[in-house]
Design a protein around this ligand. Structure first.
Ligand SMILES: [Zn+2]
Length: 496
């Protein structure tokens, strides 16, 4: 690579507070336009904002999870600029004392060119209010102020990433983290997680180049595509002896390219000054304790623990830890299965397998999202007892899968269903021997041919005939006989 590239991200997340950050208006997506507004969030003269402590707590939870320091004092500034979706002509934000400072994130994942492992420094996290939304109809521009004043946390990184893929992984990891913390739904399509990316390139050792910002990237894939496009575009400019212009660009997803939006304003144009209507916030011991208590084991850490403690593959752990509810479900089921006598890794392997195949298929088919695991009729306890029944040979794998469907349809325990349907597996060798004898009597021609082939016949033909007899015996028991015992009995009778 001729040039070195530098990528930094600014990620905005909507915090899941019930009300807006400085007033009591509802904070919700998709309500009728302009129904969640009041004089405070519209910035009428004389009104006073009041800080939503829940927004501050959620912001600090994210900051702590990104290894940031929470300062002893934090306050707000007014960021002056005019825009039609900003009725006050200023936005309340944090400038000099962001609530989270100097942290880091360790990126870990599989990239197209091999493993990605990199520490990305977090510059800061700060709390601010969102602006309203403009909707352009072609003949008019409409304004919806429901979003004005919604709690927004901005997470700013140092320019430590080098490829679009690293930035994509950063967004995915952050998205999973904020969902685990329960502070943001991470829905990029609805705009509750949005990213701006800045990128510059330069000859190695020359430091940062001229910075271009790509605004409003609403999917992690667009982050990757936009940045990779920009790196190539800037490289071609430099190769041609031209200069990169410092500007803001937009990703055009229909044409797969970035296009200029505007040349960049300077930070000083915002004329930040302290917000006079909000007091300085000094987090006390009780507040900090409530932040600590609300923290949770982070997704990547949990994934590594699942690999070590339960012997899952990296891919299994990754898929199971994608949703916190699913990972919780998995651990609860393993605990139950171990309580009923299975060994830890055996239990974990069986549960992971079922979760990622049959259960995943059912969830998909029935339109149940993985976050609804808490109210799933197949409780961790029921899944564990079903898998224990299979492990003990009480029910066959095939009937086990039918039992799974019946548990969901009838909301009953697996053991009760198996008993009611007579699905217990037949494991008595004498009983199976009798069934095999009956089959042999009915299939005399096959048996004779097979016996004649036993000493050195075509192995493909002998296998086919063996499988045919085993299949007949299994069918005679309605699939309830243990296939392994049937196989042994068939073999013994052939040799007899
Ligand atoms: Zn309001």
């Amino acid at each position: 690579m001729k040039y070195q590239s530098f990528i930094g991200l600014e990620v905005h997340i909507h915090l899941l507070t019930k009300t807006k950050v400085f007033c009591g208006c509802r904070s919700a997506f998709g309500d009728e336009p302009n129904t969640n507004v009041c004089p405070v969030c519209m910035g009428y003269p004389g009104v006073l904002p009041a800080l939503n402590i829940e927004a501050m707590r959620m912001g600090c939870m994210v900051a702590k999870s990104l290894n940031c320091t929470i300062p002893e004092k934090t306050w707000f500034e007014r960021k002056q600029y005019f825009y039609p979706d900003m009725t006050k002509n200023y936005q309340i934000s944090q400038f000099a004392s962001p609530l989270g400072q100097k942290g880091w994130v360790d990126l870990e994942g599989k990239g197209r060119q091999g493993a990605i492992k990199k520490r990305v420094r977090i510059t800061e996290c700060h709390l601010e209010e969102d602006a309203g939304k403009m909707i352009h109809t072609g003949t008019a521009s409409l304004l919806d102020y429901n979003r004005a004043g919604v709690s927004l946390l901005e997470i700013v990184t140092e320019p430590d990433m080098e490829t679009g893929e690293e930035a994509e992984l950063f967004i995915q990891q952050l998205r999973r983290t904020v969902r685990y913390l329960g502070v943001c739904d991470g829905n990029m399509e609805e705009g509750s997680l949005r990213a701006d990316a800045n990128v510059s390139i330069n000859l190695p050792g020359k430091g940062l180049g001229k910075k271009v910002e790509i605004k409003n990237l609403n999917s992690s894939r667009f982050v990757r595509l936009g940045l990779d496009y920009e790196i190539v575009r800037q490289g071609e400019l430099l190769d041609a002896g031209k200069e990169v212009i410092q500007e803001t660009r937009l990703w055009n997803e229909n044409r797969d390219e970035t296009a200029i939006m505007r040349t960049k304003e300077n930070a000083k144009d915002y004329r930040f000054f302290p917000e006079p209507d909000l007091p300085v916030f000094t987090p006390d011991a009780a507040f900090l304790k409530s932040v600590e208590e609300a923290l949770t084991e982070l997704p990547l850490k949990r994934q590594r623990r699942f690999e070590a403690d339960y012997g899952l593959t990296e891919e299994q752990a990754d898929l199971i830890c994608e949703e916190k509810a699913q990972a919780d479900y998995f651990e609860a089921a393993v605990k139950q299965a171990c309580g009923q006598g299975l060994e830890n890794k055996d239990a974990a392997g069986r549960i992971a397998n079922w979760l990622l195949t049959d259960i995943k298929h059912i969830l998909h088919r029935d339109g149940i999202s993985a976050s609804e695991f808490g109210s799933f009729k197949l409780t961790p306890q029921r899944l564990a007892s079903l898998l224990v029944l299979i492990a003990k040979g009480t029910v066959s794998g095939k009937n086990g899968k039918q039992t799974l469907e019946a548990v969901l349809a009838e909301d009953k325990d697996p053991a009760a269903i198996i008993k009611e349907r007579g699905w217990e597996q037949i494991v008595d060798p004498a009983k199976i021997a009798g069934i095999v004898q009956t089959v042999f009597a009915a299939e005399q021609a096959t048996v004779d041919e097979l016996r004649s082939l036993l000493s050195g016949g075509n192995p493909k033909r002998t296998n086919t005939l063996r499988a045919y007899l085993v299949g007949k015996a299994l069918a005679a028991t309605g699939g309830r006989a243990d296939p392994k015992i049937v196989g042994t009995q068939v073999e013994q009778l052939l040799q007899a």
